[in-house]
Design a protein around this ligand. Structure first.
Ligand code: ZN
Length: 81
């Protein structure tokens, strides 16, 4: 039988709490940067209303979701990653 006194219980509670917080911090920081970087490749901005939106189809003719303006991007032009 393992005897648990108050000091050991408090120290283990703090240790596992900190381990959980630091583990989640490392997990979200390591995955969050890559995800934001991958999403930023598809980020487009409307030159008329400055609305930011994601365009995953990478088509040459885009429509702004806010002002419904047609935006054309020629090949070789546009946002560079
Ligand atoms: Zn717009």
């Amino acid at each position: 039988m393992i005897s648990v006194d108050a000091a050991w219980a408090v120290s283990s509670y703090i240790f596992f709490g900190l381990a959980l917080v630091i583990g989640k911090w490392i997990f979200y920081n390591s995955n969050g940067d890559k995800e934001i970087f991958e999403r930023s490749e598809f980020l487009e901005q409307c030159p008329y209303c400055t609305h930011l939106f994601f365009d995953y189809q990478r088509s040459h003719l885009k429509v702004c979701p806010r002002c419904q303006s047609y935006l054309s991007v020629n090949p070789g032009e546009g946002r560079k990653p």
